[in-house]
Write a protein that binds this ligand. Structure first.
Ligand code: FAD
Length: 447
């Protein structure tokens, strides 16, 4: 703590679940000053990104203004800025515009970025689904291939309606189910002249199960639900290359596609590498049980940005509930420190894990004893868990319930082709087998 100030300024980098959890808890203490920095002026709600990508939700339904969240808290100063480096000794975060934010406490909660595991072409050509920007670009690409194939049905032969999803974890599985529902239920009515039945959704994973982190029963249920929707699952298969117009698999087969979706893994946001802190597994910052970083009192790392060990010594998974709870916990420990008391070790209340596999089909393993459910009851649990992540903000929950109703009643979602870059596809001369075409470009999401 610096001698010249009162020890009550907290700088938080990242307004996701973790940063917001911390800021919201501290905000109710009028004598604590909080500076919340994010490179976006909104919180993106990652669990709803695939609904944006598959046109079930508009982007504004999955992002909320940070200023609005704190407009009744004069002690919270929201700053739009990308933090490019951190000095943990002085607890200072420096933004790209040169502004330095120095606090008595520094909370690092900058989340994740996709991990392409050095797969050739993936960063250039795959569509990662981890940011609002990425979800909007993917939505425009999905709509664009349908529009192009509708004008020129020969493009179906060139793989226009092939969708390859890399990674059968929750992100890939949920996206595969939603995309298959879109293809089976929405697109035939939208494109009556197009042979939509020719569309294919492939789900590729190098492991041996869909939803590997779940129970065997969940693997079977998810596989059954996806296959019922026509999804072609390739397990024990890795993606060797993502080209602009095809994907090469480890069994040497190539699938023609202009839409490779990356759900293959995450690592810490780039600023972790410029934080002066040691990086552990996944490039994340290892933290002590009280969520501070060893050797740097007053510096906290939270959520997806941190490796937080559970009671068994294993790192907790990258989940919204872990991030949110770690944010609340860090705030409590900061308040304890301000009062001259020691911080307490983080205890995660395991809410379970769940995934939705298309309309009305979900799996959930709830509570610390992992009670398994599936089908419509699991779907209801999924809704409840996501309402919890919305931190009780009424307007968010209203919009979410509206979406759930539309989803059940099969009301078509918004279909706006608004990202011209992702929508413009150079199909080349298909009679010559086509030419290399530009994909989405390097993953340079703003989030
Ligand atoms: C597609 C998808 C679906 C998911 N579904 C679920 C689900 O159903 N249930 C669940 O529990 N979890 C789910 N997760 C995981 C969950 O979303 C994450 O664990 C959670 O968002 C992590 O919260 P966080 O606050 O650590 O990071 P984030 O929510 O990613 O927030 C990080 C914030 O930091 C900001 N930031 C990053 N770098 C900088 C910088 N240099 N300067 C300033 N600001 C910066 C970002 O803009 C962002 O606002 C999903 C994740 C994805 C990608």
């Amino acid at each position: 703590m610096d001698a010249q100030n009162d020890g009550r300024h907290v700088v938080i980098v990242g307004g996701g679940f973790a940063g917001l959890g911390c800021a919201r808890k501290l905000a109710s203490h009028a004598d604590v000053r909080i500076t919340l920095i994010d490179k976006n002026n909104y919180q993106q709600f990652q669990p709803l990104l695939y609904q944006v990508a598959t046109s079930q939700l508009s982007a504004s339904d999955a992002a909320w203004s940070l200023r609005k969240l704190f407009r009744k808290n004069p002690n919270v100063d929201v700053k739009l800025g990308e933090v490019v480096s951190v000095d943990p000794k002085t607890r200072t975060a420096s933004a790209r515009d040169g502004t330095a934010y120095q606090g008595d406490f520094l909370v690092l909660a900058a989340g994740s970025q996709p991990n392409f595991f050095h797969t050739p072409g993936a960063d250039q050509n795959a569509f990662p689904l981890y940011s609002l920007d990425g979800a909007e670009r993917l939505r425009s690409r999905i709509l664009a291939v349908f529009e192009d194939a509708d004008r020129d049905p020969k493009l179906v032969e060139a793989g226009a309606l092939n969708f390859v999803i890399v990674g059968a974890g929750p992100t890939g599985t949920e996206t595969a189910g939603a995309l298959a529902d879109m293809i089976n239920e929405t697109m035939p009515a939208e494109y009556p002249d197009l042979a939509v039945k020719a569309a294919r959704v492939y789900l590729i994973d190098h492991g041996h199960a869909v939803l590997r982190a779940f129970s065997e029963k969940a693997h079977e249920y998810a596989t059954r639900m996806l296959e019922r929707r026509g999804v072609q699952i390739r397990l024990a298969t890795s993606v060797q290359e993502v080209a602009a117009d095809h994907v090469v698999l480890s069994d040497s087969t190539a699938i023609k596609t202009r839409t490779a979706i990356w759900g293959g893994g995450l690592m810490a946001a780039p600023v972790a590498g410029r934080s002066g802190l040691p990086q552990g597994h996944g490039g994340r910052i290892d933290v002590r049980p009280d969520l501070t970083v060893e050797g740097f009192p007053g510096v906290y790392a939270l959520g997806d940005f941190a490796n937080i060990a559970g009671p068994d010594g294993q790192y907790l998974p990258q989940l919204g509930a872990v991030a949110l709870q770690s944010g609340y916990w860090a705030a409590s420990n900061i308040l304890a420190d301000m009062a001259g008391r020691p911080g307490a070790p983080f205890h995660y209340h395991d809410k379970g894990i769940m995934a939705m596999i298309g309309r009305n089909a979900a799996v959930a393993e709830i509570g610390e004893r992992r009670h398994e459910i599936d089908g419509p009851i699991a779907f209801a649990a999924w809704l409840g868990a996501h309402a919890y992540l919305m931190s009780g903000v009424r307007t968010r929950i209203d919009a979410f319930i509206q979406w759930a109703w539309d989803y059940f009643s099969k009301t078509r979602g918004p279909q706006v082709l608004d990202r011209s870059g992702a929508a413009r596809i150079d199909w080349g001369d298909e009679d010559d087998g086509g030419t290399a075409v530009p994909g989405p470009g390097p993953a340079k999401d703003k989030s």
